[in-house]
Design a protein around this ligand. Sequence first.
Ligand code: EPU
Length: 440
Amino acid sequence: MSVVTQNAQTQTARPNTGPLRADTRIVTQGGIPLKGRLRIGGAKNAMLPMMAAALLTDEPCVLENVPILEDIFVMVDLLRSLGAEVELDAEKHRVRIHAKEITDRRAPVELVERMRASFLVSGPVLARTGEMTTPAPGGCKLGSRPVDVDVRGFKRMGAKVFVGDGYYEMSSPRLEGADLYMDYPSHTGTENLLMAATLARGTTTIVNAASEPEIVALGNALSEMGARIEGLGTPYIRVHGVERLRGYHTAVLPDRLEAGTFAIGAVVTGGEVVLENVNERDMLPLIYKLREAGAEVWWSEGDMMVRSSRTLESVEIQALPFPGFPTDLQAAFSVLLTQAEGTSRIFERVFNDRLRYVSELQKMGANVDVPNSQEARIHGPSRLTGAEVRALDIRSGACLILAGLIADGETSVSDIIHVRRGYENIVGKFSSLGANIRYE
Ligand code: EPU
């Protein structure tokens, strides 16, 4: 079935975000404490659904504080392939999307296979045009990542869904409001159903909805477009469908995962960093665990300050949906735990295979057991030494860079395309805090 592959357009011209050959590596020399101030950029995981939401209206939508990274380029290409005009201004960190018409209702496989968030266009296109064909999405390999929640929800809202060999064909003259129960509070599943419900006839309730800050940010953008939503940020969301939506002009919220990565970096290198443009509430799960491990975190006028001034202690981490500890930071936190006294435990309860990075950390001398695919026991402190390691996904790449910043000697991280998917200018940002880091 080639229907989903026919309409890919030429790839968007990329702004220069650094060297990116298949064999480009990030090389670090460990031992320098991170020091200084860093402004945190916009959140990738809020930006992607907000871009998809622009497909719900024929009016222009403008987003500010846009992070310039690979996943955004994929979304730009995807929106263009569906007929939207998209202008990305990398210098101003701004994107303007105008989906005056949806000219194609088939998502190209070569884009969708690169990123799970591609599936986020299906709710808006189905709701606006009554049709959507899309392959099952790809993305980081973290274990099983079905889209059952989304598809079941579309069906409950009256869509006919044909499941072909690796693709979905969905149609519905107009979606109908429905009572939806999510077996699991899926992050993108909640976003997809929330967007679809805004244009459905009648009221939709989503019970056991996810409540991540990025979902609240999407809901706020939808409300600015004229959507009628109650209960954002809680497990009970209610959406009263409207006939049409208008454009939005809004800014993307700060990236709690980028902020968390640099905060952990400050602690693990024994440095002191001020992070600007961070939302305190979004950072709370990480802050509790940083303090419990012995770090100091304090706030001043919206800036988050982090430092480590004493011996780190072992802690237990449970990665759970928000406001649980973020699964996207457990790999980075594991580096800190290699430096803590005693045995720490990480329970990964969101994904069933997100500890594969441990084998890379072990190459650097980390003392970690993995009794099962969702539990790691880290025995510390252990001295890490530089090694050649491989980024397996976005966050494991960031974890290995952090490990390289404290290791003796040189660490070389390959497959850094993963890191570039989720972090803007990570080499420049760590360098600005004094790290010895470069592309090679
Ligand atoms: N799940 C189901 N059924 C479904 C959907 C999901 O059982 O129908 C399960 C999955 O198997 C998985 C768990 O739910 O075990 C979490 O999946 P979820 O759908 O919530 O995650 P996601 O939407 O695929 C988003 C982020 C991830 C982040 C997770 C958890 C985006 C684009 N991606 O993924 O971010 O880890 O939520 O918060 O928002 C990253 O940025 O590096 C990243 C992987």
